[in-house]
Design a protein around this ligand. Structure first.
Ligand code: FES
Length: 158
């Protein structure tokens, strides 16, 4: 994905004098570009007088940020407690195996990125999965495969 470095510099400039500027800068860059490009890290570090390691540490601490562009579809599997109690662990293992990637990974064809999430507000129908704005409840291995098949066939809503 291409991005405009000047736009990133503008975002940094807009926030750099605020206390706690790191998070708003990262949020805005992620919103604008879809991920945090490696080139942005030294720019942020220098503007905020922090080390690159500190910026990198913040990015990797928060599950919301990614260091690479996502695939065409982001599939979030809930790892919250209610989902865990209803077979979420089995679903996670199946999702990783079916897609051939770990959490935060993107399939080789760049169609699907698998992300963990820690409650989708759908605990009564756990385990839950979200794709874009759609939340699926009581997802077992079979339903998960149907969701992925739909995405791969281009027939899904996303
Ligand atoms: S814990 Fe999974 S939806 Fe709430």
């Amino acid at each position: 994905m291409t991005y405009d470095l000047q736009r990133i510099e503008g975002i940094i400039e807009a926030h750099r004098h605020r206390p706690g500027a790191t998070l708003p800068i990262l949020h805005d860059i992620q919103h604008e570009v879809g991920y945090i490009p490696a080139d942005a890290i030294p720019l942020i570090a220098s503007a905020l007088n922090l080390s690159r390691a500190e910026i990198y540490g913040t990015i990797t601490f928060y599950a919301d940020f990614r260091l690479e562009p996502a695939g065409r579809h982001v599939v979030q599997v809930c790892r919250g407690e209610a989902c865990q109690a209803k077979g979420g662990g089995r679903l996670e293992a199946h999702a990783r195996q079916r897609l051939g990637v770990d959490f935060h990974g993107t399939t080789a064809d760049r169609r699907v990125t698998l992300e963990p999430v820690f409650c989708l507000g759908n605990c009564g129908c756990s385990p839950s999965v979200r794709v874009a704005d759609e939340i699926y409840g009581r997802v077992d291995e079979e339903l998960f495969d149907e969701i992925i098949d739909q995405l791969n066939s281009g027939k899904g809503k996303h």
